[in-house]
Design a protein around this ligand. Structure first.
Ligand code: ATP
Ligand code: MG
Length: 132
């Protein structure tokens, strides 16, 4: 079965809730445990919020892997990019005076976490969580 992809806009803060709910529903229908679906949905919420707030808007791509054994999410924006990824991942670092737990927190909620970004290049963050 070819894995279908879903695209979710991340233009405004209300889009983040829609994307979060779509991720939770996809995870549950793929057989993820309730707490694991919440983990992935929480990561999606943080990364989606970052794409809206820091990335000036973007989109999320949701893809089922191995017929639902895993879910891959990609967050893409054409914003200013992250000049120092290591620094951005440190708990408590925020360029906007916020809590600064989003990125590091999201990384701990997934099994694979990849950031491609640089100053002026926009940001692509790809995460995977597997059903356990
Ligand atoms: N998509 C993005 N584009 C540009 N910069 C980003 C992006 N995502 C994160 N960053 C940078 O990384 C920093 C850390 O992100 P993180 O989500 O941890 O904290 P925050 O968004 O500032 O605060 P919080 O998520 O706790 O409310 C941000 O302050 C911002 O500078
Ligand atoms: Mg954040």
């Amino acid at each position: 079965m070819p894995s279908e992809r879903e695209f979710w806009p991340l233009k405004a803060t209300r889009d983040v809730g829609d994307a979060r709910r779509a991720v939770h529903a996809a995870a549950r229908s793929a057989g993820f445990r309730s707490a694991d679906a919440v983990r992935l949905a929480t990561a999606a919420s943080e990364l989606g919020r970052n794409a809206v707030i820091h990335g000036k808007g973007g989109r999320m791509t949701l893809e089922r892997l191995d017929e639902g054994a895993g879910i891959r999410l990609e967050f893409r924006d054409e914003g200013p990019g992250i000049p120092d990824i290591e620094q951005a991942l440190v708990d408590g670092f925020s360029s906007t005076g916020s809590m600064g737990f989003g990125l590091g927190g999201a990384r701990r909620l997934v099994h694979s976490f990849q950031i491609e970004s640089g100053a002026g290049e926009g940001t692509r963050i790809t995460v995977v969580r597997w059903r356990r």
